[in-house]
Design a protein around this ligand. Structure first.
Ligand SMILES: [Zn+2]
Length: 125
């Protein structure tokens, strides 16, 4: 059982949690929207009976679908980062660099609440 690290100067844990919750809501909404795009494009592709290799329209549909899937996957990764950050808040590890254990600068956490490393360690990666 570790004590909650005192929030740094100008950093309120409640604000961070609010920012994380907002980010999670945004990412969730985008994933839902992209799932619809992916599903819709799949439907269109089936209707047009397109051959991806020879029909230019089929290739475009396949490309758009691949794009939507790529963006959705990025949003899903963002969701996992946000959830991991909320977990760190819950267990008191939030705000500590997972590499060197030092405190992550409050400014960095405010700008990017999902940060898991301090600026120094991030630069080393
Ligand atoms: Zn570090």
């Amino acid at each position: 059982m570790t004590a909650q690290p005192p929030p740094g100067e100008g950093l309120s844990l409640a604000d961070v949690v609010a920012a994380l919750e907002a980010e999670r809501a945004d990412a969730t909404a985008q994933v839902r929207e992209l799932e619809r795009v992916v599903a819709g494009v799949v439907e269109a592709s089936r209707d047009s009976n397109a051959d991806d290799e020879h029909d230019p329209e089929g290739a475009t549909i396949a490309f758009e679908r691949a794009q939507a899937i790529a963006v959705r996957d990025r949003q899903l990764a963002r969701l996992r980062e946000v959830d991991a950050a909320l977990d760190r808040v819950a267990d008191g590890a939030f705000g500590r660099c997972e590499r060197c254990g030092c405190e992550i600068a409050p400014g960095r956490l405010l700008a990017r609440p999902t940060s898991t490393t301090c600026v120094t360690c991030a630069a080393l990666r």
